[in-house]
Design a protein around this ligand. Structure first.
Ligand code: XMP
Length: 512
């Protein structure tokens, strides 16, 4: 197969590393993140067309500074250092980096002194986003300054001998409006990539790969009704058709009407479809449980048990499909290492080992928006593709306190009203996630002439790129008012509605 064009981003721990890879992909070029300490052999094996060194929180002169192998400059492909990455270039190639007299953080205006390659077709002054405390005080031999600011005499550099460039600012963030053009100059001109990586190209190569990996073996997949597992299953079905069996378990913790809607859709798919209604089993196991982590654990265990029971009926299975996405993969390879488990995630963890299955993760190279594009390409309907993410443990982590049939009913009915209102007002697709939460308290109200003492529903809607950070969504007051009014009037047992205005961090998106 023809070698795919690839730009490698070496991660030095910047909060923007993922964003760099996303931007390169927006330019139609496949980009992958690797830890800064990757071996030269592995790096060379990827045949990168270019290497981008990310920013990072360290100082190159610190004893334990993360530094890549100096051989990266001899691979022959162009290198671009961003912020800390620029300082890495200066430090490794004989320049000098010191603490700046003043931290530079936020917007800055740079003046471009050299309009060749990296800055071609840009105006003389551009707005950029700076975030650094160190700066270069002496350039490495053979390097020249390409841009400066009032504060920083060295805002961008390049080697006159080799295609090595460095930017003190962040071209990947939205606060650098011309940033994508600078990255395009690096990726498409300097690294000479053609920019032909697309959803269509991805589907073709994924289908081929799955087909040759699976051969005539049987494949199993746990469908959740969400975007990731559905797109993963559709891709695998396109490759191996009815060698794939998909199991969809109704935990009873799904949103109102969801199980029926999802079943109707899957029944027409090109794979074997197995539906299991296990709602009563889950309710029984969750009776009296209040602790969120315990809820997650019980749901995870029960899910695996049910899945196994049904998988065994399918016969000899060799492979398990999982809808793992690139951000999950990056988590485990990033310089920070696997991040501390803040919430234990459910999905089908543990299953492959237990059942001796090999994994197929056809989406492990993709970001969420790319998964949606691939889904569109292979005919997954928009209703499924545009669904908000939904946690594996479902409504269990949105019912604070005990989960009972009655409390599930109150939450499902309230959630449905909120979502219907968002859809009716064209807000649903604008937000990353929106939902209702049932709080474990009761408050006083008055209905007619009677005092009530009933439940509180919290509404949450957030905007986000990837779920890692999020802002609360500014929903028009009339939509909130109408949702609250309907919930209080139509859902028996609710006499108060509040709107959550916390961002992540420091809050999380879910309440448990
Ligand atoms: P938090 O609440 O951690 O959520 O800000 C970030 C994203 O992850 C989803 N989430 C989960 N997904 N199992 C999942 O599969 C879980 O236990 C879980 N907890 C949170 C959440 O809905 C949001 O999209």
């Amino acid at each position: 197969m023809e070698q795919r064009e690839e730009i490698i981003v070496l991660d030095f721990g910047s909060q923007y590393t993922q964003l760099i890879a996303r931007r390169v992909r927006e330019l139609g070029v496949y980009s992958e993140i690797m830890p800064y300490h990757i071996s030269m052999a592995e790096l060379a094996a990827a045949h990168p067309r270019g290497i981008i060194l990310s920013g990072g929180p360290s100082s190159v002169y610190a004893d334990d500074a993360p530094l890549p192998h100096a051989g990266i400059f001899d691979l022959g492909c162009p290198v671009l250092g961003i912020c800390y990455g620029l300082q890495v270039i200066a430090h490794l190639l004989g320049g000098e980096v010191e603490r700046a007299p003043r931290r530079e953080y936020g917007r800055a205006d740079i003046e471009i002194d050299d309009h060749s390659d990296l800055f071609q077709n840009l105006a003389s002054h551009i707005d950029v986003w700076m975030s650094h405390s160190d700066h270069i005080t002496r350039l490495p031999r053979g390097f020249v300054v390409m841009a400066h600011t009032g504060n920083a005499p060295i805002a961008a550099i390049k080697s006159e001998e080799r295609p090595i460039y460095g930017l003190q600012f962040h071209p990947e963030v939205a606060h650098t409006p011309k940033g994508l053009e600078i990255l395009a100059n690096f990726v498409l001109k300097i690294a000479a990539c053609s920019g032909n990586w697309s959803a269509e190209a991805f589907v073709d190569s994924a289908v081929q790969e799955i087909r040759s990996a699976v051969g005539d073996k049987q494949v199993l997949c746990a469908l959740s009704g969400g975007v990731d597992s559905t797109v993963a299953a559709y891709l695998v079905a396109r490759a191996v058709g009815r060698q794939l069996t998909c199991v969809f378990v109704d935990t009873g913790l799904l949103r109102q009407g969801e199980a029926t809607q999802v079943c109707d859709f899957y029944r027409n798919a090109a794979f074997h479809f197995v539906f299991v209604d296990a709602s009563q089993r889950f309710l029984r196991r969750l009776a009296g449980i209040i602790d969120p982590e315990q809820k997650r654990k019980i749901i995870g265990e029960e899910f695996i048990r049910i899945f196994e029971e049904h998988a065994r009926k399918t016969g000899d299975i060799d492979y398990l499909v999982q809808g793992t996405l690139y951000p999950d993969v990056i988590e485990s390879v990033s310089v920070r290492g696997p991040s501390a488990t803040i919430k234990s995630h459910h999905n089908v963890g543990g299953l492959p080992d237990k059942m001796g299955l090999r994994l197929i993760e056809p989406l492990r190279q993709l970001f969420k928006d790319e998964v949606r594009r691939v889904g569109r390409e292979i005919g997954v309907p928009t209703e499924i593709l545009m669904r908000h993410p939904f946690p594996g443990p479902g409504l269990a982590v949105r019912i604070l306190g005990e989960i009972t049939q009655e409390r599930l009913h109150v939450l499902k009915a309230s959630d449905k009203i909120f979502i219907d209102e968002l859809q009716a007002n064209n807000i649903y697709d604008e937000v990353w996630q929106a939902f209702a939460i049932l709080l474990p308290i009761q408050t006083v109200g008055v209905m007619g002439d009677e005092r009530t003492y009933e439940n509180v529903i919290a509404l949450r809607a957030v905007t986000s790129m990837d779920g890692m950070t999020a802002d609360w969504a500014v929903i028009p007051h009339f939509v909130l008012a109408h949702s609250a009014n309907r919930i209080i009037n139509e859902v028996k047992g609710v006499n108060r509605v509040v709107y959550d205005i916390s961002s992540k961090p420091p809050s999380t998106i879910e309440w448990e």
